[in-house]
Each structure stands twice: as structure tokens, then as C-alpha cells.
Design a protein around this ligand. Structure first.
Ligand SMILES: [Zn+2]
Length: 154
């Protein structure tokens, strides 16, 4: 018994009729069953790349789908980093997992000496979050604000 979902576009035949004869079903690629989500996402992203290369714009639904995929992928990577922090191993596999997931997330700063391969004693350093107000230009001197210095957030 098959566990993969059958393609409803071609009724699992893998072919669709056209004026010029039967052709491979565009939804399943002629397989008769739907590929994994991984393959479907890759196909859709490839369609986006081709559309952009032709100069066609992407629609709002395409962008919404892409943002949903991005958020899901980032959430999964965050979970992977959190799980890798809980692993206590001597092979530094957890550290390598954190480095790989961090490549996509940019959650931590990584210096050249800390990259895998140079990882003796290395650790990912949490990115410092700073918030600075723009400096006042000399042409327009900043006015003093009550309760704080000009140009600095409290
Ligand atoms: Zn099909």
C-alpha cells in the first residue's frame, strides 16, 4: 500500500491529455503521486527564479508563501540550535550543528578562528544588540532633551 498521496490533477496516471497528445502531468512530473514537500518547495522556488529571470513579477500570494516558508525554516533552525545546546558530546557534533544552523540564522557572531576546523575552545558568541540614535550633525545642533543627553536613547 502506497503511503504517498496520489496526484489528483492526473488521477495518479502521471499524464494529462492535451491537443497534441498525452504529456507528463505538470503537478507530479509524470510520477502519478505527489513528491515530498521538500521537492515541491524546490520546484516552486525554481519557478520563482525563472519568473524573475524573465522579468515577471511575483504576486502577493507568492511572496506570502515565501515568507511563510522562511519563517518555518528559521523556526526549525532555532529549535535545532536550542536542541544542540542541550547535547553534551565529546565529538563536538552539537557545536558543528549550531554552526551550520547559525549560517542561515545569523544568530551569533562567528570569527574566522571560531569556524569549524578551528574550533578548539571556540564558542558562538551571542550577537550584541545595540540601539544607538543617529548622531546629530554639526549643521543642526541637537537640542537637550529632558532626562537624557541629546542623541542617546534612555
Ligand atoms: Zn499528476
Amino acid at each position: 500500500m502506497s503511503t504517498v498521496p496520489a496526484c489528483s490533477s492526473c488521477f495518479a496516471s502521471g499524464e494529462v491529455p492535451t491537443d497534441y497528445g498525452a504529456v507528463d502531468c505538470p503537478d507530479c512530473g509524470g510520477a502519478g503521486f505527489l513528491p515530498s514537500r521538500h521537492v515541491l518547495v524546490d520546484w516552486r522556488v525554481r519557478d520563482f527564479e525563472q519568473a524573475v529571470s524573465r522579468g515577471d513579477g511575483l504576486g502577493p500570494s507568492d511572496l506570502k508563501w515565501m515568507l511563510t516558508e522562511l519563517r518555518q525554516a528559521r523556526a526549525a533552525l532555532m529549535e535545532i540550535i536550542a536542541l544542540a545546546h542541550d547535547i553534551d558530546d565529546g565529538d563536538a557534533i552539537a557545536q558543528r550543528i549550531r554552526f551550520v544552523a547559525n549560517k542561515a540564522l545569523g544568530l551569533y557572531e562567528v570569527s574566522a578562528a571560531e569556524r569549524p576546523g578551528h574550533e578548539a575552545g571556540a564558542a558562538l558568541v551571542p550577537r550584541a544588540v545595540t540601539c544607538q540614535a543617529p548622531r546629530a550633525t554639526s549643521a543642526a545642533p541637537a537640542q537637550s532633551e529632558p532626562g537624557g543627553e541629546p542623541g542617546h536613547l534612555p
